[in-house]
Design a protein around this ligand. Structure first.
Ligand code: UD1
Ligand code: CA
Length: 453
């Protein structure tokens, strides 16, 4: 880890070109916000010393990262990237930092390795900039060199061929390394006399050159992973790039993937070699899929664990669920937060679980809702069983012992307990305890009348 060097992510902008209420850095790639990708790449190099400048919808950004150790500085008015650095400077100083790596928050595909490499190449220069050589420089800031040396960065809008020479295709990636002393000296000299009326961080280059300070343009080739995202087209392109890379590395590690082009796996997901996936499917968050597990097509699995030899059949949605070994899930199952399936349990089509535990070998195979429930091992839940856990005000719990049998179309009105080895007759509405080993039938008696003609 680097001493006295910190990272600063510029993330206060609105992202006008995304046409969205959400700030740009909260748009996602493979289920993770752009800012999360950037922070994750920087964390191994800077530990706690990662700051983000936020502003537009700052509270929304804070809430999204409440559980991260990101440090925030607020830029209440977004007057430009140079102004963002100005606002952050006193904080970084107060924390005893001497040098900073500044990264645009809309550059989510940077990696720990690429940043480490850049920092090494930037060593010894007062100010360094990562540059890219593009066939089509688009709206990116243009690098101007004199005698091969970095001389200035000119924004596309402000670029003038007569004044700045023919464009070379070398652009500013929006990644900078600089000494805080240098920043402190140059920032007061920034102005906003440009086409955008903003204080540009990029103008620091020209100012540093003016002062005879050593500046360096570190060319990173045409690495598409260093490109900033400004609109939905670029977001889709970057997401596809990351998606393909993750799937590729899963395949290489020994995961069997059918239709890999349609499989989406988040950066923090672990799929063990020997697991098998069918596309299209989406695996996000902190999901873990054990070796031997099989996930069929059209499933969406988020922050969930799937044990060995479990099969998740098509069209199942899992969110914060825990599924043991040798389980069967779906097709068309919905496991919501707090759903726990112990080893060998089955959940079939159109079954929904929420904050509910299904014991070892227990089965709920058809059309059932299990909410706030504890179900013992080897118990069978008949088709159409509903735990009535909500009375309009409170949520209540249903407890069912081991090896019980709940007949089809039963309503279990919580709070209620069904003892072990009890049997409930089909169509019952159970409002009171059914003691261990008892047979309970709670429904209107059938009466047969002679038919009138
Ligand atoms: C910027 C660079 C450009 C470079 C490109 C690379 C400037 C002036 N231009 O242009 O040379 O080629 O990135 O992708 O820096 N932000 C703030 N506060 C502000 C304004 C912006 O925090 O007041 C943040 C934004 O949230 C964004 C980042 O800074 O994450 C860059 O801003 P953006 O408006 O996207 O700059 P570009 O026009 O892409
Ligand atoms: Ca940008």
């Amino acid at each position: 880890m680097f001493q006295s060097i910190c990272a600063l992510i510029l993330a206060a902008g609105k992202g006008t070109r995304m046409h969205s209420r959400k700030p740009k850095v909260l748009h996602t790639i493979l289920g993770e916000p752009l800012l999360g990708h950037v922070a994750a790449a920087l964390r191994p190099l800077f530990g706690e010393n990662v700051w983000a400048v936020i502003g537009h919808e700052a509270q929304m950004v804070r809430d999204t990262f409440a559980e991260h150790s990101l440090r925030f500085v607020e830029q209440t008015e977004q007057l430009g990237t140079g102004h963002a650095l100005m606002v952050a400077l006193p904080e970084l100083r107060a924390a005893g930092m001497k040098r900073v790596l500044v990264v645009n928050g809309d550059t989510p595909l940077i990696t720990t390795e690429s940043m480490e490499q850049f920092l090494h190449e930037a060593e010894g220069a007062a100010l360094s900039v990562a540059t890219l050589q593009l066939a089509e420089p688009g709206a990116y800031g243009r690098i101007v060199r004199r005698d091969g040396n970095l001389a200035a960065i000119v924004e596309a809008k402000d670029f003038d061929e007569v004044q700045h020479g023919m464009p070379t295709g070398e652009i500013n990636a929006g990644i900078y390394a600089l000494d805080l002393d240098v920043a402190e000296r140059l920032l007061p000299r920034l102005n906003n006399k440009n086409k955008s009326g903003e204080y540009y961080i990029t103008d620091l280059v020209g100012l540093a050159v003016e002062d005879g300070l050593p500046v360096r343009g570190v060319c990173c080739g045409d690495d598409p992973n260093l490109l900033g995202i400004n609109n939905p087209v670029e977001l889709a392109r970057s997401e596809e790039l990351r998606r393909a890379a993750i799937v590729e590395s899963c395949l290489a590690s020994g995961v069997v993937i059918h239709a890999p082009d349609s499989v989406r796996i988040g950066p923090d997901v672990v799929v063990e070699p020997g697991a098998e996936l069918y596309g299209p499917c989406e695996l996000y968050g902190k999901t873990h899929i054990a070796a031997g597990a099989l996930v069929e097509s059209n499933c969406r699995i988020e922050d969930s664990r799937i044990g060995a030899w479990t099969i998740v059949h098509s069209f199942s949605c899992l969110d914060h669920a825990e599924v043991g070994e040798d389980c069967l899930v779906g097709p068309f199952a919905r496991l919501r937060p707090g759903a726990v399936m112990e080893n060998g349990s089955h959940v079939g089509n159109f079954v929904e679980m929420k904050k509910a535990r299904l014991g070892e070998g227990a089965k709920a195979n058809h059309l059932t809702y299990l909410g706030d429930a504890e179900i013992g091992a080897r118990t069978n839940i008949g088709a159409g069983t509903i735990t009535c856990n909500y009375d309009g005000v409170h949520k209540s719990k249903t407890t069912i012992g081991e090896h019980a049998f709940i007949g089809s179309n039963t309503s279990l009105v919580a709070p209620v307990t069904i003892g072990r080895e009890a049997v409930v007759g089909a169509g019952s509405v159970i409002t009171k305890e059914v003691p261990e080993g008892m047979l309970s039938v709670a429904r209107g008696k059938q009466k047969n009348f002679p038919r009138r003609s």
